[in-house]
Write a protein that binds this ligand. Structure first.
Ligand SMILES: C[S@@+](CC[C@H](N)C(=O)[O-])C[C@H]1O[C@@H](n2cnc3c(N)ncnc32)[C@H](O)[C@@H]1O
Length: 362
């Protein structure tokens, strides 16, 4: 067998080469799909495949030899142990190769997927999960706002809607699409979400699956109180419900994604509220309005639909088109409610990070 120190040096060199190849692939994948050089990306990926193969073969040989080698001369013992541990470490990281390879190959020849999935024919499949989920969402809503059916006189006079929840499935489609648009924009973290007229905050809670900081603005004190108690009980630290009036709120400019589902009954009031949001929102803010915007010709206010009821502020038509194309090439994975902790993944790190930014989770 080659001497342990020589093998250790060779292992370090091949690991270094593989890490460099992986980092090169990651750098190319970090570009918007329209700007990627497919040939260069393909070449870079093939180089990574070759260096992976060389590294894997070396690790396998070292593993076999260090496991079977009989008592070495005492001077070699430490070097052999060191080599064995190093090979073990690389071997365990390389187990992720197949998963990374699948995801990289999907991105080398990316397919555009619409921001909203086609809805299947109702009643064509057994939807037990759908029924159970609805039962649970309704239960959570009832806990978050036990007074959902009562309304303060003040809110009634101001022509507010009560806390009537948008079906969660519709909301999830919206935030999934918004998250892909955020990734396409390469928005900086933390991504901040606001539900205007949040009721007891069940949508605020659900939004944490996509966004880092989630706020709700709600007029009714009692709803803010019960919703806040529930969120606290659930340990939802990234959620805050604020008591306030959407018609007077001054901080719409603090958010990356703003959602509102018919807080106000009168169309004219909705238009006033939208005008307030349009005037404060930063360029590139995503607006989610599941009933559609009430403002006629929102383009005149610089607000355009990216797809369906997902809108963006401050971009011209061509910019929105580019954003939409890019978002359609973002993968389908969202962080979820239990994102895996950021662990040291060695040479995979740049690739793991760029895959996340491109909507693919390992
Ligand atoms: C139709 S519900 C929507 C609840 C939740 N956002 C959802 O999508 O399931 C409208 C909520 O907006 C609140 N609301 C109405 N007018 C408001 C205002 N001017 N400012 C803040 N909240 C308001 C109501 O109290 C109610 O909880």
């Amino acid at each position: 067998m080659t001497d342990a120190k020589t093998s250790r040096a060779r292992l370090a060199r091949l690991e270094h080469e593989f890490a460099a190849d992986i980092a090169a692939v990651a750098l190319l994948l970090d570009l918007p799909t329209a700007k990627r050089d497919a040939e260069q990306l393909g070449r870079s990926w093939r180089a990574a495949c070759v260096s992976h193969s060389a590294l894997r073969t070396l690790v396998r040989d070292i593993w076999r030899e260090t496991a079977t080698r009989r008592t070495p001369a005492s001077g070699d013992r430490a070097a052999l142990h060191d080599l064995h541990i190093a090979a073990k470490d690389v071997r365990s990281r390389l187990r992720d190769w197949a998963r990374y390879a699948r995801i990289v190959e999907r991105q080398i020849t990316p397919e555009a997927a619409p921001l909203f999935q086609e809805v299947g024919e109702p009643g064509t499949h057994l939807d037990i999960m759908g029924h159970v989920s609805r039962l649970f969402f309704d239960a959570l809503h009832a806990v978050a706002n036990p007074a959902a059916r009562t309304q303060s006189d003040k809110a009634h006079e101001a022509m507010h809607y009560r806390d009537i929840p948008l079906p969660m499935v519709q909301f999830l489609d919206l935030i999934g699409a918004a998250y892909r648009v955020c990734l396409a924009q390469r928005g900086t973290h933390p991504l901040r979400f606001l539900d205007v007229g949040s009721g007891g905050g069940t949508k605020v809670l659900a939004a944490t699956c996509c966004f880092d900081i989630c706020h709700g603005l709600e007029f009714e004190d009692h709803t803010v109180a019960t919703g806040t108690a529930l969120l606290k009980m659930l340990g939802a630290d990234q959620c805050t419900l604020m008591q306030g009036d959407a018609m007077r709120f001054d901080n719409y400019g603090n958010y990356d994604v703003i959602y509102f589902y018919r807080p106000l009954k009168l169309e004219a009031l909705m238009i006033d509220m939208e005008a307030r949001i349009f005037s404060q929102a930063r360029r590139g803010t995503i607006l989610l309005a599941p009933s559609g915007l009430m403002t006629p010709n929102p383009e005149q206010h610089g607000v355009r639909s990216v797809s369906g009821f997902v809108y963006v502020t401050g971009l011209n038509e061509a910019e929105v088109q580019v954003l939409h194309d890019e978002a359609r090439h973002i993968g389908p994975c969202i962080p979820g409610h239990n994102p895996d902790h950021v662990s040291d993944c060695g040479f995979w790190e740049p690739l793991r990070d760029v895959c996340r930014r491109n909507g693919y989770l390992i």
